[in-house]
Design a binder for this molecule. Structure first.
Ligand code: HEM
Length: 195
C-alpha cells in the first residue's frame, strides 16, 4: 500500500492543527532526550535495514497485542476483536515505522504526531468509523508499550548492523525516536498548560 492510499493517513494535511511545540520548544525536548544529528543519521541507516521487513515486524507487534487481552480489548467491541479496525490501523502503523525512521521532525510531522496522540485519546475510533470499542487507550499502557516496541526491533536491526556498536547506535536512536513520539502524543492526554 502506498502512502497515498492508506486510509486515514494524514501526514502533511494542512487542515491538521499544529503541534503545541514550535521549533524552539521542540529543540529543547530533543536536547532533553539527548537526540542529536547522529541519532537522525542512525535512524536513516536503520530504515534501510528495517524497511524490507516491516510486515514481519508488525506481525511481532500485533502478536504481542493479540496475546494480551487487556491490550486487544482496545481494538475490540462487545462482538470481539474488530479485524477491519486492526487491519486499517496496521497499514498506518507500518507507515509510522517508515516515517519515524526518516522523519525531518518538522511542523508537518509534529502536527501529525499530535493527531496520532488524539487518535489514542479523544478521537479514538473516529478515523476508522469504529463503534463500540473503548473510547481511549489508557495512558499507562502508552508508556508501558514503549519497552516492547524498543526491545523487539533489535533482532531486525541486527540483521543489517555492521557490528555491535552500529547496532547499539541504531537501537538507542530508535528508543529516543519512540520516546519523542510518545512525548508529542502526550499532548492529547495532558490538561491545558501542563504539556
Ligand atoms: C509506544 C506505544 C505505541 C505506539 C508506538 C503506537 C503506535 C500507533 C500508531 C502508529 C497508530 C496509527 C496512527 C495513525 O492513525 O496514523 C496507532 C493507532 C492505535 N493504537 Fe497505538 N501505539 C502505541 C500504544 C498503544 C497501546 C498501548 C494500545 C493499546 C492496545 C494502542 C492501540 C491503538 C489503537 C486502538 C489505535 C487506533 C486508534 C484510532 O482509533 O484511530 N496503541 N498506534
Amino acid at each position: 500500500m502506498t502512502q497515498a492510499t492508506i486510509p486515514g493517513y494524514r501526514m502533511g494535511d494542512p487542515a491538521l492543527p499544529p503541534s503545541a511545540l514550535d521549533d524552539e520548544a521542540f529543540a529543547k525536548v530533543c536536547a532533553a532526550l539527548l537526540l542529536n544529528e547522529e541519532d537522525r543519521q542512525a535512524l536513516r541507516e536503520a530504515k534501510a535495514i528495517v524497511e524490507p521487513h516491516i510486515e514481519e515486524l508488525l506481525d511481532v507487534w500485533y502478536g504481542f497485542v493479540g496475546s494480551h487481552d487487556f491490550l486487544l480489548q482496545y481494538f475490540s467491541t462487545p462482538e470481539g476483536p474488530n479485524q477491519e479496525y486492526l487491519t486499517r490501523v496496521r497499514a498506518r502503523f507500518g507507515q509510522w515505522v517508515r516515517d519515524t525512521l526518516s522523519a525531518d521532525f518538522g511542523p508537518a510531522w509534529r502536527a501529525y504526531q499530535a493527531e496520532v496522540g488524539r487518535r489514542h485519546a479523544a478521537s479514538k475510533n473516529q478515523t476508522d468509523g469504529v463503534r463500540g470499542a473503548p473510547e481511549v487507550v489508557h495512558f499507562r499502557y502508552m508508556v508501558a508499550l514503549v519497552y516492547p516496541i524498543y526491545a523487539t526491533i533489535r533482532p531486525f536491526l541486527a540483521r543489517g548492523a555492521r557490528d555491535n556498536e552500529h547496532l547499539e547506535r541504531m537501537h538507542q536512536a530508535w528508543l529516543k525516536a519512540v520516546l519523542l513520539n510518545l512525548c508529542l502524543w502526550s499532548e492529547a492526554y495532558v490538561k491545558d498548560g501542563w504539556f
